[in-house]
Design a protein around this ligand. Structure first.
Ligand code: HEM
Length: 192
């Protein structure tokens, strides 16, 4: 990654392209309901900030970008999803990690790498995934969620082209009588 990804002496690599305040109002959420499912149009703001770097076990250095995502339902302007987390980049092997938690007592550590852009105008594709039960890139949740609304897998693709970001994510749930229900979210955002 080139020099212009360095901020205050920290090389953020691909994560430098995330930094900023992003807003989008084309979101679509697909969510399970006991007897059916629901599609919720939404708008959101995601704020990504440079967080410096950390060294682990005196061997690994990770660049850190922290974020806060606030999502509102278009139909009533109420915030219906809030998420805080980090994106991490290891320059030694070019790997990515996204860690986050949501206020339903669920936390995720997802791992991956940069994917291949579908077209030349796309700058970067971030791809991470996690599986419940994995000792490494996994999902942990409080007992109620584990019993009643278990997240079994999570995958997330974020594409950044200049000041445009698109993402799609799938959170796989065991909830109600549904096994492996795909709770999906996607949106397109612009850097402010
Ligand atoms: C833009 C992102 C997201 C939005 C807008 C969103 C929205 C929603 C909505 C509207 C529900 C239904 C709530 C209800 O029926 O009362 C729901 C359920 C749920 N979501 Fe999300 N969600 C998002 C991302 C995530 C992520 C990333 C995870 C976990 C990795 C997650 C985990 C869950 C779980 C476990 C439930 C089941 C709880 C329930 O319905 O009672 N969601 N979500």
């Amino acid at each position: 990654m080139s020099e212009f990804t360095t901020i205050d002496g920290v090389n953020y690599g691909p994560l430098a392209f995330l930094i900023g305040v992003w807003q989008g109002d084309e979101g679509v959420d697909q969510t399970p309901e006991p007897d059916a499912e629901e599609r919720n149009p939404y708008y959101e703001t995601i704020t990504f900030e440079a967080g410096g770097d950390v060294t682990n076990a005196e061997q690994q250095t990770l660049a850190v970008v922290r974020y806060h995502q606030v999502v509102s339902r278009k139909s009533n302007d109420e915030v219906f999803h809030d998420q805080v987390g980090y994106w991490l980049w290891d320059s030694a092997d070019d790997t990515l990690v996204e860690t986050f938690t949501i206020p339903r007592a669920v936390a995720v550590v997802a791992g991956g790498s940069l994917g291949q852009p579908d077209s030349p105008d796309q700058t970067l594709v971030f791809e991470v995934a996690a599986q419940s039960g994995s000792a490494e890139f996994g999902i942990v949740q409080a007992p109620f969620m584990y019993a009643k609304a278990k997240t079994t897998a999570f995958s997330h693709t974020v594409t950044v082209s200049g000041d445009q970001m698109r993402y799609s994510q799938t959170t796989v749930l065991d909830i109600y009588e549904k096994k492996s229900y795909d709770h999906t979210d996607l949106n397109t955002l612009k850097r402010q």
